[in-house]
Ligand binder design. Structure first.
Ligand code: T1G
Length: 697
């Protein structure tokens, strides 16, 4: 008797119920239970079989934890074929999220029913693979090639109503999955509905698969699985028969299963779930949050306020003057209008928010009742301290006092209040109502329940929250500063900003570092350089000045129409700014550097290893708790290609001793910049990898 698949005879129907929380993943035991259940039903004198899931969902897919381990019988594809071939009428009643192998089991049944809130999908491409249990062969036969390609290459979740139209579901009906399933099976038996194996359906009509393959490959920015999925669907039209199509699917699936992209994407899947699980927060209750305050209504403050409003919170927004407060509200209104346009907010809710949930004020007293306040004023320590002194004087006891600073010393800010245990950093990324990353910065005296409240807020806002310690730039901006410097060095030594940007988008980054600077505003980097120089740069550090010249001439990137690139008709039509190379050449000449050639491969390797080395320092110093915290920060805040899993997963895939060898070689040219991180040296020497630290945590 299976522990995870229940068997029950209800009249002439055998009912197989899955009970493998939390998501009824199709691990070996579940597959064995399903096979045994089908065999038992066939020997039990019943006419039909109903399969459904207990708990929150039907099968949400294969058990991802089994990937990379030796396979155990029965294989999911063989199980699906066995279900489909049963002489009994087999029906699935779906609910929750019927995904991946789950939907493939459902497609191997003869009929499918589900309640309206059910979602179905084949999200395998997001894990770097393709459906491997007949999904690429059965779905096109049921729904046609175009609908199947849309689902399989995007991995999107499809609502029950759409799935009904596509033919993936035969009936949508409200109710309990077991009850609606039983009624549906009885109906089918009463009307004498014949078995309907999808494998016996006609081959689907082909399309221009080469053109689709090219388009999907291009859209994937280097990610392979969606394009490979096109070839698998192609086999559903072109292979000799169903079995030959399945064999082709298996061949492509096996190839991807062994790929680095699959390893990177699975790492990302588990890392994004592990990131908010902190041992120190076990059993700690967050404080309640109803109303939050935001100090400062610039781009950042307005974005934070928008994010909170979209999550159903009320916001008190403080500005210096009535005019500034009005401008802040206009920014929020524009953000909300954008959310309506993207279908994230209904027009009625937009009106409700603007009328009832925002309070504008120029008086700190308005913040006396808020549960949490986020300061988003100008990035200057003295100004921040003044704000925190006022918050300390006005906010109620127990209120969380948060700063959105991106690099200032949180301990110093906390010390300017009489309640440092209530002070925390909540570092949002611009635009704050869109970007998913939230760095939760913990100072020396921050109380555990204040940290828990930060994570609870992050969850409520739909963010991916990462715990960070205090240092200049925390996790993300500190690492950014290091790899950005590497790019600047390569420019001095002979690469152009345009070659560097192209090499890195070729690697899979959404944008290269120079295009990013143009987007963020060149004045920001300029101010940072001036500040660093004023505080005394180490004489061994290489500095460059050509970008300052751009700024001195009033060119700040996209917002002024000119930076590294010239923007005549927006970002799409940008072209390299012809003034850049002469400025760079002049600086090389002044420094006595004879420029050398860089290959794209070398550019990517240096840039990546600069990132990895700083990331290893960040982990080694405890600023990030685990390597996966760095990986998630870069994935969600810095456009890092997800299919590499993050910089430290990338490093693991390269082999840490190879990474260390490169750093040691480059430190011959520039010993100050290329100082190997002690943690990297330790792991490489011990023959270990970063993921070992994730697993141990
Ligand atoms: N395998 C193992 N564990 C899984 C899992 C899976 N497929 N899906 C979820 N979990 C764990 C997850 O790690 C977490 O664990 C807990 O369940 C709750 O998840 C042959 C090869 C189903 C929409 O890609 O999209 O089928 O952290 O926090 O927000 O073609 O999980 O609590 O210890 O995410 O309610 C295809 C992946 C597999 C679905 C639920 N299936 N999962 O979201 O909860 S490949 C997928 C999800 C495949 C075949 C192939 C979501 C969810 P813990 P959660 P949620």
């Amino acid at each position: 008797m299976s522990q995870v698949i229940g068997y029950e005879k209800v009249g002439d129907i055998a009912v197989l119920s899955a009970n493998n929380p939390p998501v009824n993943a199709l691990g070996a035991e579940v597959r064995q239970g399903l096979l045994a259940g089908i065999e038992r039903a066939e020997a039990d004198g019943v006419r039909a079989v109903l399969i459904y899931g207990e708990g929150r969902t039907y099968f949400a897919g294969a058990d991802i934890r089994e990937f990379g381990k030796p396979p155990q019988d029965p294989w999911l594809p063989a199980l699906c074929d066995r279900i489909e071939a049963s002489p009994l009428l087999v029906v699935s009643s779906l609910h929750g999220t019927a995904l991946g192998g789950g939907l493939e089991v459902a497609l191997s049944c003869h009929f499918r029913i589900a309640p309206p809130l059910t979602k179905v999908g084949l999200p395998e491409v997001n894990l770097g693979i393709i459906p491997g249990a007949g999904g690429t062969q059965r779905l096109p036969r049921v729904a046609g090639v175009e609908a199947a390609l849309d689902m399989i290459t995007t991995g999107r979740h499809v609502q029950a109503s759409e799935a009904l139209q596509m033919g993936v579901l035969d009936k949508v009906q409200d109710g309990d999955p077991r009850e609606i399933g039983l009624a549906f099976v009885r109906d089918l038996l009463d009307t004498g509905a014949p078995r309907r194996p999808v494998c016996e359906m006609a081959k689907p009509t082909p399309i221009d698969f080469d053109a689709t393959y090219d388009a999907v490959l291009k859209k994937g920015r280097g990610q392979l699985s969606p394009a490979i999925a096109v070839r698998a669907v192609q086999a559903s039209c072109e292979a000799h028969d169903f079995a030959a199509g399945q064999a082709r699917e298996r061949e492509l699936f096996t190839e991807l299963m062994a790929s680095d992209q699959r390893k990177g994407l699975i790492h990302a899947f588990f890392a994004e779930r592990a990131v908010s699980k902190l041992p120190e927060l076990q059993g700690i209750k967050p404080r309640e949050l109803h109303q939050i305050g935001v100090v400062g209504g610039g781009t950042m403050g307005a974005g934070i306020a928008t994010s909170a409003l979209l999550a159903g919170l009320s916001v008190v927004l403080l500005e210096m003057s009535v005019d500034a407060a009005k401008a802040a509200k206009d920014r929020i209104a524009a953000n909300l209008a954008g959310a309506v346009k993207r279908g994230k907010l209904s027009p009625d809710a937009q009106v409700e928010i603007l009328e009832n949930r925002i309070t504008l004020s120029t008086d700190y007293d308005a913040l006396s009742g808020v549960d949490l306040v986020i300061e988003a004023v100008f990035e200057d320590m003295e100004i921040k301290k003044q704000v925190f002194a006022k918050l300390d004087a006005t906010c109620k006891s127990g209120a969380v006092l948060a700063t959105n600073t991106s690099y200032l010393d949180l301990n110093e800010i906390a010390a300017s209040t009489g309640r440092p245990s209530d002070v925390i950093g909540l570092h949002f990324f611009s635009p704050a109502h869109v970007m998913k990353l939230l760095e939760i910065v913990v100072a020396d005296h921050t109380a555990p329940e204040v940290i828990a409240t930060g994570f609870a807020l992050g969850k409520r806002l739909g963010k991916v929250s990462v715990r960070a310690g205090v240092c200049d730039g925390f996790i993300g901006n500190r690492i950014l500063n290091a790899y950005r410097t590497c790019a600047d060095h390569m420019v001095l030594d002979g690469a152009s900003p345009f070659q560097i940007d192209a090499a890195l988008t070729g690697f899979g980054f959404a944008m290269g570092p120079f295009a990013v600077s143009d987007l963020a505003g060149l004045d920001i980097g300029w101010a940072a350089r001036k500040r660093k120089r004023a505080s005394g740069l180490d004489p061994r550090a290489r500095d460059s000045f050509y970008a300052d010249k751009l700024c001195e001439a009033g060119n700040f990137g996209q917002k002024t129409g000119k930076g590294y690139y010239v923007y005549e008709q927006g970002n799409r039509n940008r072209r390299p700014n012809p003034e850049i190379m002469p400025l760079i050449e002049a600086e090389r000449a002044a420094k006595g550097i004879s420029p050398r050639e860089f290959t794209d491969e070398e550019i990517v390797r240096r840039y990546m290893i600069a990132m990895v080395n700083e990331a290893a320092k960040v982990v080694g110093e405890g600023i990030a708790r685990r390597p996966l915290d760095v990986d998630i920060t870069l994935l969600y805040g810095y456009g890092f290609p997800r299919y590499w899993g993050g910089p430290l997963k990338w490093a693991d895939l390269q082999g840490l001793s190879n990474v260390l060898d490169d750093i040691r070689r480059w430190s011959g040219e520039d010993p100050y910049y290329w100082q190997p991180a002690p943690l990297l040296e330790k792991l490489a020497t011990e023959g270990r990898c970063f993921d070992d630290l994730n697993k141990a945590s």
